[in-house]
Design a protein around this ligand. Sequence first.
Ligand code: WQD
Length: 350
Amino acid sequence: MKKILVTGGCGYIGSHTIVDLLENGFDVISVDDNSRSTRYALSGIEKITGKKIKNYTVDLKSFDDLYAIFQEHENIEGIIHFAAYKAVGESVAAPLLYYENNMFGLINLLKCVKEFSIPHFVFSSSCTVYGNPDIIPVTEQSPTKPAESPYGATKQMGERIIQDFSAVEKTKSILLRYFNPVGAHPSNEIGELPLGKPMNLVPAITQTAIGKLPKMLVYGNDYDTRDGSCLRDYIHVSDIAHAHTLAIQYLINQKNKTQCDIFNLGTGNGVTVLEAIKTFEEVSGTKLNYEIGPRRAGDVIAIYANNDCAVQELGWKIQFGLKDMMQTAWAWEQKLKKEENLIKQQAVLN
Ligand code: WQD
């Protein structure tokens, strides 16, 4: 079986991608220091696939520890790199933390890719690189804009580092620009484990609905959109996960057009905050306690994807609609409430 090394494998998108890789016949190892995740995801992966995944609790900034993993594993076919800090607000408050962690980690990883001649590299990027687009939907050729946060800047710099690296090395790379990943695996064995107060919309909705938060704020309803609230392209995390498997297969089968191809991972449908809330209420049968609050600094007004490249080149087919996203997110929130202590114990075990 071809072996894939996944960094950040205990995280939200990483764990869902490992499930998809295993279900498609790959062998997988994970490298995750669990600074922003817990080993709880590994037990969920095992429950879904019946396979036990080895995770190396190594910080990518520790070059010698990372290098030793590559020495231990011959013939790694590819790397999928998720491990990075990703909270927009935190990155504004602590830029050096983000530049050090996200950039040093990537550079150390690429040094090992070069040293061990790893043939394929897939990078977790984000629609953040487009900033506030002038024209929507955005294609992979749409101009990128100065990042609104240090987090976004690390994604833009990461893309540039990988493009320059791939131009002079044999390694073939792919940049996957996620829109807004939401929801949880249909088995309800893995999902998002937000640390502290949720920044993102869907965890804020589900935590309010389950009573963990007294109410939530809609950050502005006076934007130039169909109902005044911001517009996004929400995409189920399992659809995102499968795109990573397709990307690795695309590289292995030498279908790549350049040394560093780029793909948008969005549904191609724009949904406003108020529409997302309405869909959640319909799916969950609960009335959400929210108020209209002030705009959030740095928010993009409206963005959604033109995903033709991923559909046509990768053969990507979207399986989950907005109702599935809300239904799986809600089921996961209800499970978290039941298993909160078990999850806390797992976190302590790390
Ligand atoms: C979506 C909309 C908010 C919370 C960010 C990153 C992106 C990716 C996903 C990592 C906005 C509104 C939110 C709330 C609200 N990160 N909202 N009340 O900002 O589009 O993207 O997270 O992969 O790279 O930039 O996602 O979910 O934070 O916000 O009204 O309590 O929901 O204002 O309009 P965002 P989000």
